[in-house]
Design a binder for this molecule. Structure first.
Ligand code: NAD
Ligand code: MG
Length: 346
């Protein structure tokens, strides 16, 4: 552990692999996170059983990867640790199917806290409830493990009946390769609320709205869609890469003085205090459960609004222009091997 941060961060030395060495882990789901957890645990010498519906295409996939597979209820009954890695929206139903297999002293583990925090899953007493949430998509969790680097993760304990919940979660994090990079301790509440806020206001929602509004402003003013696409969407990656490498300061240092002055002077007038007020509202809806209730009801009703929003989004001009331009310029990636080292698929 290190004292350099405001929150505890754990590394390999803080984890004790003996804690899970003799345990069986049921990994429910074999999607993005599931396949990576299952294979990393297996390579770390942990007994793994993948839990899938009999109809699932992933069943043979997991078997071909050398793993044992059973139905979720059979897998959970056999396991000491049940890792819930099916989509968040189906977790409550899967939990109903497996809850009989959770014995006293077992652990129910998550990679995201939504269903626990918003009471969609009520775990039995006597069971530990923990979270190890890798901060990357599953294919990178797997790749980093194989390449002997690591993937940062969040750790949280919601219910600790054995007294060993945190130690066990740390050992699990080590077995999937996360303590190599650092495991940050948080709570279910903090993980859920910051995650939902971030994806709505800044990452997925905020940035796409900003790009679209910029694109529409240029196109409506008579500029070509191609120019608007390059300026507002394509160049975003270059700017984000610079911030990722060296913070905003490195980005400002790399652009021209004109860009730096214009950005500093005009940016806050675009994303202004009214946007900040909108962000406060979005955060409040996350904190008071309003967003969660809306999303749960939306799923129960068969996703009518989601379907509408999704269609409208995919039909936006920017997608059509983008598809044409990316096809035209795909030669650039193939002929520039030094570019190929950057993760291209996130
Ligand atoms: P996913 O959609 O990639 O995979 C879901 C898997 O569950 C598939 O194998 C599917 O066949 C299986 N499945 C679906 N319905 C099922 C059912 N009724 N019974 C049994 N299996 C079923 O899911 P994911 O993105 O890996 O998400 C899993 C968890 O990890 C979620 O809690 C998510 O929030 C969390 N998480 C995801 C990421 C990510 O990058 N994808 C990152 C961190 C945390
Ligand atoms: Mg069990």
């Amino acid at each position: 552990m290190t004292d350099e941060f405001t929150v505890p961060v754990y590394y390999d030395d803080d984890a004790n692999s003996d804690v899970i060495a003799d345990k069986t882990v049921a990994v429910l789901g074999y999607g993005s996170q599931g396949h990576a957890h299952a294979q990393n645990l297996d390579d770390s010498g942990i007994d793994v059983i993948v839990g899938l519906r009999q109809s699932s295409d992933s069943w043979t996939q997991a078997e071909n990867d050398g793993l044992r597979v059973a139905t979720p209820d059979d897998a959970a009954a056999e396991a000491d640790i049940v890792s819930m890695l099916v989509p968040d929206t189906v977790q409550p139903a899967v939990f109903e199917a497996i809850s009989d297999g959770l014995e006293e002293g077992d652990t129910l583990q998550f990679a995201h806290g939504f269903n626990i925090h918003y009471n969609q899953i009520q775990p039995p007493e006597g069971v530990d409830v923990t979270m190890i949430a890798p901060k990357t998509p599953g294919h990178l969790l797997r790749r980093n493990y194989v390449e002997d680097t690591g993937t940062p993760a969040l750790l949280a304990v919601y219910q600790n009946t054995t007294g060993e919940a945190k130690e066990e979660a740390l050992a699990y994090a080590q077995a999937i390769g996360c303590t190599r990079a650092g495991v940050v301790e948080t709570t279910f509440r903090e993980e859920v609320e910051t995650d939902l806020f971030g994806e709505q206001a800044v990452l997925c929602g905020g940035i796409t709205s900003l790009i679209k509004k910029g694109y529409e402003t240029l196109v409506d003013a008579g500029y070509s869609p191609e120019m608007a696409y390059f300026e507002c969407l394509n160049e975003m990656k270059l700017i984000v890469d610079l911030m990722y490498e060296g913070g905003m300061a490195e980005m400002w240092n790399s652009v021209s003085d004109t860009a730096e002055y214009g950005g500093l002077a005009v940016g806050p007038e675009i994303v202004d205090e009214s946007v900040r007020e909108n962000m406060d509202e979005a955060l409040e809806a996350v904190q008071n459960g309003e967003f969660a209730r809306e999303w749960i009801a939306e799923n129960q009703a068969g996703r009518p609004s989601y379907t509408q929003l999704y269609r409208a989004d995919r039909n936006h001009d920017i997608e059509e222009v983008g598809a044409r331009l990316r096809a035209l310029f795909s030669w650039a990636e193939e002929e520039a091997p030094e570019e190929a080292e950057a993760p291209a698929d996130d």
